[in-house]
Design a protein around this ligand. Structure first.
Ligand code: HEM
Length: 433
């Protein structure tokens, strides 16, 4: 589909075959980014791996992400930090079981994923359940998501950039500024403690790794680059916390489909064992849970479109000329609901993945929630463990009851589109033991 939005040619790709041509066959030409005007706030676009052109600086940052941050052995080193956060989640659910109070699953998933990320990055909690700091952080992210999800006239009529008619870049600057002030504090405290402490008190987190790189004599990773990298990793997909949304959708579907919930719980009980906690190395032994997550990605992709790509040159695809500078929207949502690819696409059936090799690692263009090719999501290994472990923690050893009078099929599944596709009505349920 070709749309002319303002002065910008926009191509929407909604089939695996064409997505493969864009992201694999012509990967290099389509690896550009159409940078939204709001992302230029505080020069984020010039320091951020998500917006830089695929040249030297982008390659350096991607290499750091791949080798120093999200490589398996690096993630293994920080697993303890994440296990601690999952224990806090279990303790919170136990307390709610005892007090028989309802749990807002979206909120709990948000706090846990924020803390899993913050623990992995800085060994810190950003928020506690039901605390003011959790609400404040959530508000910052929600405001940013609202701003960044608002179509911006300046993106389609570049001449308007000068006046920023909707004030979206100015708004982004305010919230980026609040987050940068927090990061500044964390970084300067860490630099101070590194200068006085010994190697044995080193933290196992990613900030330590980034500061090591920054302090090498030939380093070109500045403290400013580190702040933008952290901002991007924390915001992941522009403030739309895709991990939170994915967990909330997985729980929504499991509660709507009690027999699938039973199967997932049964697998956890038999393979992990009653009262034992799931660890990251267990994930590969849990095929049904993995199928539940894949089906959640297919049916409710948190990012309905990949981050828009940009054509760096004219290129012919299937007899059509895609002009240089056209922006490309890959419609992951449409591919996931296409009845030519999936049987019963409008029903939640994890079983479809049990005998299938299709995965979301970027090789199968039917399921490209993390993209494919050189722009594929570098945080995939971390997102993979976080989503599986959060869902496993929520269902293993807990039963869930809906609010009085509500039937499973009545759970609201309306989607709301900001930058991510999240549940319009928060999912609430009672945990019991
Ligand atoms: C369920 C969770 C997640 C989903 C579905 C997701 C999905 C995506 C997608 C679709 C892209 C764009 C791919 C493209 O342009 O073709 C992307 C890019 C990116 N993601 Fe993720 N992501 C998730 C979690 C994470 C996490 C946890 C991190 C880091 C901690 C992360 C970091 C990034 C970065 C840095 C980019 C930009 C890469 C570039 O442009 O070179 N993501 N992600």
């Amino acid at each position: 589909m070709h749309l002319k939005l303002g002065s910008i040619h926009t191509i929407v790709v909604s089939s695996p075959e064409i997505a493969k041509q864009i992201l694999q066959k012509h990967d290099k030409i389509f690896s550009g980014r159409a940078v939204p005007h709001a992302a230029e706030a505080m020069d984020h676009d010039k320091a951020s791996v998500a917006w830089l052109p695929t040249q030297i600086k982008w390659r350096k940052l991607r290499k750091i992400c791949k080798e120093q941050m999200f490589a398996m052995h690096k993630l293994e080193a920080s697993e303890g930090l994440r296990q601690e956060k999952l224990k806090q989640l279990r303790d919170y659910l136990h307390e709610r079981c005892t007090s028989k109070r309802v749990v807002n699953i979206g909120e709990v998933a948000f706090v846990t994923s924020l803390n899993l990320m913050s623990a992995t990055l800085f060994s810190l909690d950003f928020a506690r359940f039901d605390s003011n700091s959790a609400h404040e952080m959530k508000e910052i992210f929600q405001e940013l998501m609202k701003i960044l999800g608002t179509p911006n006239l300046a993106d389609y009529f570049p001449v308007l950039k000068l006046i920023d008619p909707q004030g979206l870049k100015r708004g982004t600057k305010v919230y980026f500024g609040k987050l940068f002030a927090m990061f500044d504090e964390i970084i300067s405290e860490r630099l101070q403690s590194r200068s006085i402490s010994s190697d044995s008190t080193r933290k196992n987190d990613l900030l330590e790794v980034l500061l090591d790189i920054n302090q090498q004599s030939d380093s070109d990773l500045s403290l400013n680059d580190i702040k933008h990298l952290i901002l991007l990793l924390r915001l992941n997909r522009y403030g739309a916390d895709t991990t939170t949304d994915s967990v909330q959708w997985a729980m929504t579907e499991l509660l709507r489909n009690p027999n699938k919930m039973l199967k997932a719980k049964h697998e956890l009980r038999t393979i992990i064992g009653e009262n034992k906690q799931v660890e990251e190395s267990d994930i590969s032994r849990l095929p049904y849970l993995h199928a539940v997550i894949k089906e959640t990605f297919r049916y409710h992709p948190a990012g309905p479109f990949l981050i828009p790509h940009k054509a760096e040159d004219n290129v012919e695809i299937n007899g059509y000329m895609v002009p240089k500078n056209a922006q490309i929207f890959v419609n992951v949502w449409a591919i996931g609901r296409d009845s030519n690819i999936w049987s019963n696409p409008d029903s939640f059936e994890p079983e479809r993945f049990l005998d299938s090799k299709i995965d979301y690692t970027g090789q199968d263009f039917e399921l490209i929630n993390f993209g494919s090719g050189r722009r594929i999501c570098p945080g995939l290994p971390l997102a993979h463990v976080m989503v599986h472990l959060m869902v496993a923690t929520l269902i293993h050893n807990f039963e869930w009851k809906l609010e009085p009078g509500m039937k499973p099929e009545e759970i609201d599944v309306n989607e709301m589109f900001g930058l991510s596709l999240h549940k319009a009505v928060p999912l609430r349920a009672f945990p019991t033991k």
